[in-house]
Design a protein around this ligand. Structure first.
Ligand SMILES: [Zn+2]
Length: 457
């Protein structure tokens, strides 16, 4: 630790209770890499609402979900008409509350249900807002001094029905839960999917993302964005397998698509019942596509949920299945083999992506309950994640300020996370990675020097 860092650590120690002072300072601080962020959940809700109006979508007045097509059985209204009406201010407010955690009332709804129920409501806005959303994402990163972002961006459509796969996968979930080795069946399914059609479909997707990425000048000398393909683990078994295949293939082909993740609430009964199956699939595909990295959501559970579920030790299992980064990991202390899991994560340099604000809202985890220090003490690298800042109505400056004020974190600990966000990124271009890392180190040097100048003035 350099002497300047020591001084800043001491300054934070003295100013922990002054959130406004810390916040002003944090705004100028380099943030490095953000390795856990969801594209759709991070977009500003106000922007999504404006775009829904511009796209001429329809809104269901019962639950404020939008659609391209009004459905007869519910009460649907045309957004552009509502926008012109005297009632718009009120409707806008209802949309904000339905699509984010604004004014959330915990006595009336469960936080996790409200949160995970939001995504389908604005799902139809995203295709028409993707390009503007990418620019919004980049601008927010620049404003908040994030130089590298990996975003959970896209998945492959789930409706490519394959009769053979549907048939062969019928008992997979049960067999995997009993510990059966399904390699043989997976191999047969894999051969079925190795078609020129699938390959060109994947190539087209990669090309489309590449074209938009370049045309919008997303990458420049101050910012780099890479994409994670995600698999929706709530789908039927054969569709998860198919989506996973397409996702792995795309990450093998494309420079910009750098890794895989599985999404879907961990306390969903399907996530739970199919957990062993999904992890066996991950291990299988990792052998087929050894160069494609995998990060997994695991341990995003409370103590109650961990103890109630059939397969509670999700972090330990995800690590054993080959996850190269773990997202959330809150449940570590309630898992059966905490010590062994932490040891593997430390030895194999498998970082934990912490998502503090998100854990506070969805899981109700208080700052003093969060296990980030357990990981740190065990030698596990930490990286920063912002998860879904749009829905959470937060920003990185606030998240980092609270890391100091509420979580008792030090400047050195944050700086390590920021640097780890580059070191443990899945960025393929090694030269670019080094360039970003060196730039970040230089930014921190300047930042620390400025701090010293201001303090000694
Ligand atoms: Zn996430």
């Amino acid at each position: 630790m350099n002497p300047r860092e020591t001084k800043i650590n001491r300054w934070i120690e003295q100013n922990r209770n002054r959130e406004d002072v810390l916040m002003e300072w944090v705004k100028r601080m380099p943030k490095g890499g953000d390795l856990h962020q969801h594209f759709d959940g991070s977009l500003l809700t106000e922007n999504l609402i404006s775009s829904a109006v511009e796209q001429g979508l329809w809104v269901c007045m019962d639950d404020f979900s939008v659609s391209r097509q009004p459905q007869v059985e519910k009460q649907w209204k045309h957004l552009p008409e509502l926008f012109q009406s005297a009632d718009w201010e009120n409707i806008h407010e209802c949309l904000l509350r339905a699509w984010s955690i604004k004014d959330f009332d915990a006595t009336r709804n469960a936080a996790d249900e409200h949160f995970f129920g939001i995504f389908p409501k604005f799902f139809d806005v995203i295709p028409g807002y993707t390009e503007a959303g990418l620019l919004e994402t980049k601008n927010r990163c620049l404003e908040e001094k994030v130089t590298y972002l990996e975003t959970h961006f896209e998945n492959f459509p789930a409706q490519i029905e394959n009769q053979f796969l549907a048939e062969i996968s019928k008992n997979w979930s049960i067999l995997a839960a009993w510990g059966d080795d399904l390699t043989h069946e997976f191999e047969a399914a894999f051969q079925q999917l190795q078609t020129t059609n699938n390959r060109s479909f994947v190539e087209n997707t990669c090309n489309r993302i590449q074209e938009v990425h370049q045309r919008l000048n997303i990458d420049d000398d101050r910012f780099t964005l890479r994409y994670l393909m995600y698999v929706l683990r709530l789908l039927p078994e054969h569709l998860v397998f198919e989506q996973m295949y397409l996702a792995f293939l795309s990450c093998e082909i494309s420079e910009l698509l750098v890794g895989i993740n599985l999404v879907g609430a961990e306390n969903n009964p399907i996530t739970q019942s199919d957990l062993k199956l999904h992890l066996q699939m991950v291990s299988f595909f990792k052998k087929k596509f050894p160069k494609v990295p995998v990060a997994l959501h695991a341990g995003e559970l409370t103590q109650e949920l961990t103890e109630r579920f059939l397969h509670p030790h999700t972090i330990s299992q995800s690590v054993k299945a080959g996850a190269q980064r773990i997202g959330h990991g809150v449940a570590i202390e309630w898992e059966w083999n905490e010590e062994e899991t932490l040891k593997i994560m430390s030895e194999q340099r498998i970082p934990l992506e912490i998502n503090l604000g998100s854990n506070e809202f969805i899981l109700g985890i208080k700052p003093e309950e969060h296990p980030w220090r357990r990981y740190l003490k065990a030698g596990v690298p930490l990286v920063f994640g912002s998860d879904d800042l749009g829905i959470l109505r937060s920003d990185r400056n606030r998240e980092v300020t609270r890391f100091f004020s509420q979580y008792g974190g030090s400047y050195s600990e944050y700086k390590d996370m920021a640097l780890n966000g580059i070191l443990y990124s899945f960025l393929k271009d090694k030269d670019r990675k080094n360039q970003i890392l060196n730039q970040l180190k230089a930014d921190f040097d300047t930042f620390e020097k400025t701090f010293e100048d201001e303090c000694t003035r």
